[in-house]
Design a protein. Structure first.
Lengths: 220, 460
C-alpha cells in the first residue's frame, strides 16, 4: 500500500523495540538492585580513609580491650569514639615523635577533636541502643566483624534492615555467653541450639508475639 | 437531508443522523487536523486555563517535596485529609469511562460508541490525577516503589493485610488495563488520522502508533477479538477498583467507616461522579465543535438516566448510614451520625445532601435531561457533592471518634487547595491536548453506526 510509510522490514524493528522495553526495563531494575547492594553504595569491606591510619589489628594484638577506648559500649545507647586524651594516655610516652601521629598531638595541643570518618552509621530514623545489644549476648564480632584483624577499619555488614531483622526474628542464632561478648574469635554457631535457646531465655529476650520485630522497636 | 429526523420504530431519536460514511470521518478528524490558527477560541481558552492552573500544581508539589507533608492541614487525629479525599474523588471520576467502554460494550449498547473514546480518555487522566495524591502523601515519593512487593533489602514484604496495599494493585491494574483498552480502541482511528493529516511528522507519529494497520479483514477480525477480551478484563475493574478503595475505610473500625454497604455505595458514587464529569466536558465540546449530530440529546438522556439511577443508590447509602447509626446500638456510631448532621461540619453534610440527593431528582424530567444547560448545571452540583461526600466521610469520622480527649478540627491549608485545584488544571490540560491530537469520537465506530442506521430496514 502506498499510504504506508513503513515497510515489512520495520516489523522486526517494532518487535525489537518491544523486546528492548521488556529486557531494558528488567535490566534497569536488576542493575538498580545490584547497585543498591554493591559495596560502591554500601561501603561493605571498603577500607575508609581516616585522618590517621589507625590500626585496630595492631592495637588489639597488644592486648588492649575494646572497652579501654570505647568506654560507653556497655553503658550507653551510643558507642563512643575515644577522645584524643585516650590516645595520648600511651602516645605521650611511646611513639611520641612519630610523624604519623602528628595529627593526634596537634588535636591534643589545640583541644580540637580528630574528625574520624564514621564507618557504622545507621539512618536517623532508626532508634538503636548499643548497650542493650552488648548486655544481652550480642558480641562485637557479630555486627562489626573481626575488627581485631582489620588494619584499617571497614564495614563488615551492609547494615540492611533485613540484616537487623535476621537477628530480631531469631536471636538464638547469634547469642553468646556473657563472658564471650568481647571474644573476637568466638563463634556462636559452635554452641548447640539448646544452649543458645537457654541463653536467650537467661538474657530474658522476649521472643513471644514477635515483639522484637514490632516496627516501633526501632522506628520510634 | 430534511430537518425532520426519522425516529426509530420505538419512537426514539436515532443516535446518529444526517451522516454518510465519509462525512463522519471528515467531521471527527477535522477537529484534530484543523490548522492550529483555526482552532476555536474555546480550545485556546481551555488550554490556557489548564496550563495556568497546572503551574499551581507544580509549585505545590515543589513546596511539598522541599518542606514535607507538614504544609498540609493534617493533624492528629485527622491523619487523612485532602489527599485521600481527592484521591477517591478522582478515581471515582474515572469509572464512567470504564463502565461505558467495558460494560456497555458487553451489553451491546450502541449509544456508547460516540462517548466511549472521550470517557476512556477522561478515565486515564483522572487516574493520573488520583495517583498523584497517595504518591505525594507518602512523603518521600522517590521511595514509592517500596509499596510494591519485590525482593528487597528491608527483609520485609508490604503488609498484604492492609487495604492500602490492595489499593496499589487495584489502581495500577486499573491504569494498565485502561491504557491498553484505550489504545487498542484507537488503532483503527490512528490509521484514519494517518491518512487525514498533511503534516509529515504528525503522519509519522500516527503511522507508528497505528501499528501497521491496513484495514484488512484479518486485522479487523483480530481487533474485534482483542477488544472483546480487553472489555472482559476491564469489566470486573469497574466494580473492583472502587470497592477496594472503599475498603480503605470499611476495613478499619472508625465509626461511620466500618459498614458493609461501603463497596456498592462507593461504586455507585463513582459512576455517578464519572458520568457527571463526562457530561461536563461533552456538553461544551458538542456545542463548540458542532457535534450535536454525533453526541445527541438521546445520549444525554441516557447518561442522565444512569446518573439518576446511581444517584439513587448513593442516596440509599446515605439513608443506610443513618440507619446503621441507630441499628448498630453503638454510642459512637450514633454520635457520628448526629455529629454529621449537627456537628461543626454540618454545613458540608447538608450541602452534600442538597448536591447529591436533592438536585439530581430534577433528572426525573425528560425535558431537563435533554436540556444541555440544565444538565451541565446539575453535573456541577454532583461533582461538588461527590467531593463533599468524601470530605464528610473522611473528616467527620476522624475528627471526633472514640477518645474525646483527642478530638480536633481539620481544615485544608492553602497548599491542600493548591494541590487539589492544580490537579484540575492537569486534567484540563490533558483533556485539551487529547482534543487536539486524537479523534475524540471513535471514527470507525461511528461509521459502523451510520451503516447500521442505513440498513436498519433491510434487516426486517
Amino acid at each position: 500500500m502506498s499510504s504506508q510509510l513503513f515497510t515489512s522490514k520495520h516489523n522486526t524493528l517494532a518487535r525489537l523495540t518491544l523486546l528492548l522495553f521488556v529486557a531494558g526495563g528488567a535490566g534497569f531494575l536488576g542493575f538498580m538492585d545490584m547497585l543498591h547492594r554493591s559495596p560502591y553504595v554500601r561501603y561493605t569491606k571498603v577500607r575508609r580513609e581516616q585522618p590517621i591510619p589507625f590500626s585496630h589489628k595492631h592495637h588489639t594484638s597488644l592486648g588492649i580491650d575494646c572497652r579501654y577506648c570505647h568506654t560507653s559500649v556497655e553503658k550507653s545507647s551510643f558507642a563512643n569514639i575515644p577522645p584524643t586524651q585516650t590516645c595520648m594516655n600511651c602516645h605521650n610516652i611511646m611513639w611520641n615523635d612519630s610523624p604519623m601521629l602528628e595529627k593526634v598531638r596537634e588535636s591534643y595541643a589545640n583541644d580540637e577533636s580528630i574528625e574520624w570518618t564514621r564507618v557504622h552509621d545507621l539512618p536517623d530514623f532508626v532508634y538503636f541502643n548499643h548497650s542493650i545489644h552488648v548486655n544481652n549476648g550480642i558480641g562485637c564480632a557479630t555486627c562489626h566483624g573481626r575488627v581485631d584483624q582489620m588494619p584499617l577499619m571497614w564495614r563488615e555488614k551492609p547494615l540492611f534492615m533485613k540484616w537487623c531483622l535476621e537477628c530480631h526474628r531469631d536471636p538464638s542464632q547469634f547469642v553468646r555467653p556473657d563472658d564471650k561478648i568481647f571474644d573476637m574469635a568466638f563463634d556462636p554457631k559452635s554452641q548447640s541450639q539448646e544452649e543458645r535457646d537457654a541463653l536467650v531465655e537467661s538474657y530474658g529476650i522476649d521472643t513471644a508475639n514477635q515483639r522484637l520485630t514490632n516496627c516501633s522497636i526501632c522506628h520510634r | 437531508m430534511s430537518n425532520e429526523v426519522k425516529r426509530d420504530p420505538d419512537g426514539q431519536l436515532p443516535f446518529i443522523s444526517g451522516h454518510s460514511l465519509s462525512s463522519v470521518s471528515e467531521k471527527i478528524s477535522d477537529v484534530t487536523t484543523l490548522p492550529i490558527k483555526k482552532m476555536p477560541k474555546f480550545w485556546y481558552g481551555g488550554m490556557f486555563l489548564g496550563l495556568t492552573v497546572v503551574q499551581l500544581l507544580f509549585f505545590a508539589i515543589f513546596v511539598l517535596v522541599t518542606r514535607g507533608t507538614g504544609i498540609w492541614g493534617l493533624n492528629n487525629p485527622v491523619g487523612w485529609g485532602f489527599a485521600i479525599i481527592n484521591f477517591v474523588w478522582w478515581i471515582g471520576i474515572g469509572h464512567a469511562g470504564t463502565l461505558i467502554s467495558a460494560i456497555l460494550f458487553l451489553f451491546q449498547q450502541d449509544w456508547r460508541m460516540s462517548i466511549a473514546r472521550f470517557a476512556e480518555a477522561m478515565t486515564l487522566f483522572a487516574v493520573v490525577c488520583a495517583g498523584l495524591f497517595p504518591l505525594l502523601h507518602v512523603g518521600r515519593p522517590w521511595l514509592v516503589y517500596w509499596l510494591f512487593p519485590y525482593p528487597n533489602t528491608l527483609g520485609m514484604w508490604p503488609q498484604f493485610r492492609s487495604p492500602l496495599l490492595w489499593d496499589v494493585f487495584a489502581v495500577s491494574t486499573y491504569a494498565t488495563v485502561s491504557i491498553m483498552f484505550w489504545f487498542t480502541g484507537l488503532v483503527p482511528d490512528l490509521a484514519t488520522m494517518r491518512a487525514k493529516t498533511d503534516l509529515v511528522w504528525a503522519k509519522k507519529i500516527y503511522h507508528g502508533m497505528s501499528l501497521g494497520w491496513t484495514g484488512a479483514a484479518r486485522h479487523w477480525h483480530r481487533y474485534e477479538i482483542a477488544y472483546l477480551l480487553l472489555a472482559g478484563l476491564a469489566t470486573p475493574l469497574v466494580l473492583s477498583v472502587h470497592s477496594i478503595v472503599s475498603l480503605d475505610f470499611a476495613v478499619s473500625n472508625e465509626p461511620g467507616w466500618h459498614t458493609t454497604i461501603f463497596p456498592p455505595y462507593f461504586v455507585a458514587g463513582a459512576i455517578f461522579a464519572g458520568f457527571a464529569m463526562v457530561l461536563t466536558f461533552m456538553i461544551p465540546v458538542r456545542a463548540i465543535y458542532g457535534m450535536k449530530d454525533l453526541l445527541t440529546e438521546r445520549h444525554m438522556n441516557n447518561m442522565c438516566k444512569v446518573m439518576l439511577f446511581s444517584g439513587l443508590i448513593v442516596a440509599y447509602g446515605y439513608a443506610m448510614e443513618i440507619f446503621f447509626g441507630w441499628y448498630s446500638g453503638s454510642p459512637f456510631e450514633r454520635f457520628m451520625v448526629l455529629n454529621r448532621a449537627d456537628g461543626p461540619y454540618a454545613p458540608s453534610y447538608w450541602a452534600l445532601i442538597l448536591c447529591n440527593v436533592m438536585v439530581p431528582q430534577l433528572l426525573w424530567s425528560y425535558k431537563i435531561r435533554t436540556n444541555p444547560i440544565m444538565v451541565f448545571i446539575i453535573c456541577q452540583f454532583i461533582s461538588v457533592g461527590m467531593w463533599l461526600e468524601r470530605f464528610v466521610i473522611v473528616i467527620i469520622s476522624l475528627h471526633r471518634d472514640y477518645l474525646d480527649s483527642s478530638w480536633a478540627m481539620y481544615a485544608g491549608t492553602r497548599w491542600d487547595w493548591a494541590m487539589y485545584i492544580g490537579t484540575m488544571g492537569l486534567f484540563l490540560t490533558l483533556v485539551f491536548i487529547f482534543i487536539r491530537t486524537l479523534p475524540i469520537v471513535a471514527i470507525f465506530e461511528m461509521r459502523e453506526l451510520v451503516h447500521k442506521e442505513e440498513h436498519k430496514e433491510d434487516s426486517h
